[in-house]
Design a binder for this molecule. Sequence first.
Ligand SMILES: [Zn+2]
Length: 203
Amino acid sequence: MAVTSWYKKVQEGGALTVTAGSAFKGGHWTSVLDGAISTFNKLMTENGVKLALSKAGDAKNAHIVVEAAGTKAGFSYAGTSYSATFDGNGLHGSTTPVADGRGFFEKAFVFVPATPRVSPTDKRSREAGPEVRRFILVHEFIHAAGLSNDEHTNDDVFCYPGQIDGGSRAADDRIEPWGGLGKPMPPYTLIAKTVTNLKKAWP
Ligand SMILES: [Zn+2]
């Protein structure tokens, strides 16, 4: 995969709408969505990328549908069905775009873990705090903007893998690039490589 653009009318408009799907519920997630959109938009503005997200529409009409998933992530849309196993206790999301007949994105489904945990393999560990969730959403919005796993970095919010820097309280939990290659976020950062790739999708 490489950088992919949205279909022309959307690309020229520089705007994508985001809506919460029916499984995206619970205060831990719903309370961070607006903040994640603001953080994403600030990163785009600061780096001169012609894209802004706004919360609007319903699952049928929005460009990006955000869902929280437990053991399975799936959707049906315009004749496309998708289903995959998913780790609802994990610390990263998954974005599946749907392309039109010419290969341009026309819809994107973002899945986030329903119960991200500070120790994903320990179901008794507590759920991760709001900054961890914001990180997960901002990262997936970059995928929804057109970047694939091939464009991952080592050291910004588009890093893979990230690792948790767990606090004594959920409010202090952070995600940071793996191996000390970057700093815990916030502040959220984009390196030049990610900005260049975003500008390819949003020229
Ligand atoms: Zn990713």
